[in-house]
Design a protein around this ligand. Structure first.
Ligand code: SF4
Ligand code: SF4
Ligand code: SF4
Length: 224
């Protein structure tokens, strides 16, 4: 088997980008070209040991600068709180989220790898993490390269700007996510109002050419 494939099958297939690539295959290709293979924090020591054997080197520890790790998990959208902004769809590397603009969104369980990339972009914090067993996570991760490639293929004409999370930025994002999950206090009416205000502001600015002060005045006058 080709070196890239030997490396790739040992990676966890979460497609999280924490190794500073767009996903597992890109990292396998980078390792085969000589890049350090100690950056897959979700794979941990087990993956590192296997890669050491394949590549013929002896990294002792995973570089936690590329962390934090990712548990066996999937995410779920609190559907009655979702405002249908589609930001999570853009962030998902494997197209595991379905939904239309201004409509409720849902996660397809069989596809979600638990990569967490959709959590931070959600403006109303309505995506939660659900723990899974080793067995339950197998299917999404086994299929993830297929769905990742599909998404890339669909986007070939308009290249995706995927968030590449790495080192300190990863850790900061993770802290932010944990804080968001701890402080979860969802208020649907407040969320809807804030979304409506942002749409109105954008229309006033782009279509009606309002200045900032005029926009604030208009919002103050018309909001209850
Ligand atoms: S860090 Fe994420 S994207 Fe990179 S190889 Fe590991 S699981 Fe795949
Ligand atoms: S739904 Fe969220 S956690 Fe699941 S694969 Fe997509 S981006 Fe990752
Ligand atoms: S980012 Fe959050 S609010 Fe927006 S569609 Fe996704 S789940 Fe719904």
């Amino acid at each position: 088997m080709e070196l890239i494939n030997l490396i790739h099958i040992e990676l966890p297939q979460i497609q999280c980008g924490r190794c500073n690539t767009s996903g597992c295959m890109e990292y396998a290709e980078a390792i085969a070209s000589g890049e350090a293979h100690d950056r897959c924090v979700p794979g941990g020591q087990k993956t590192l040991n296997k890669l050491n054997k394949i590549v013929g080197s002896s990294y002792k520890k995973v570089d936690m600068e590329y962390g934090p790790t990712i548990n066996n998990q999937k995410v779920s959208i609190i559907e009655e709180e979702c405002i249908g902004c589609k930001k999570c769809i853009s962030a998902c590397p494997v197209d595991a989220i379905v939904g239309g603009i201004n409509m409720m969104h849902s996660v397809i369980d069989d596809i979600c790898t638990g990569c967490e990339l959709c959590i931070e972009p959600c403006p109303v914090d309505c995506i939660e993490i659900i723990e899974l067993s080793d067995k339950e996570i197998l299917k999404p991760r086994n299929d993830s390269q297929h769905f990742f490639d599909n998404k890339e293929f669909i986007r070939t004409s308009s290249k995706r700007t995927k968030i590449k999370n790495y080192s300190n930025k990863n850790l900061n994002i993770s802290e932010k996510i944990n804080l968001q999950l701890k402080k979860r206090d969802i208020n649907k009416l407040k969320n809807l109002k804030s979304m409506q205000i942002s749409i109105i502001k954008s229309d006033l600015e782009k279509i009606h050419k309002y200045e900032n002060d005029d926009i604030d005045g208009f919002i103050d006058k018309n909001s209850d």
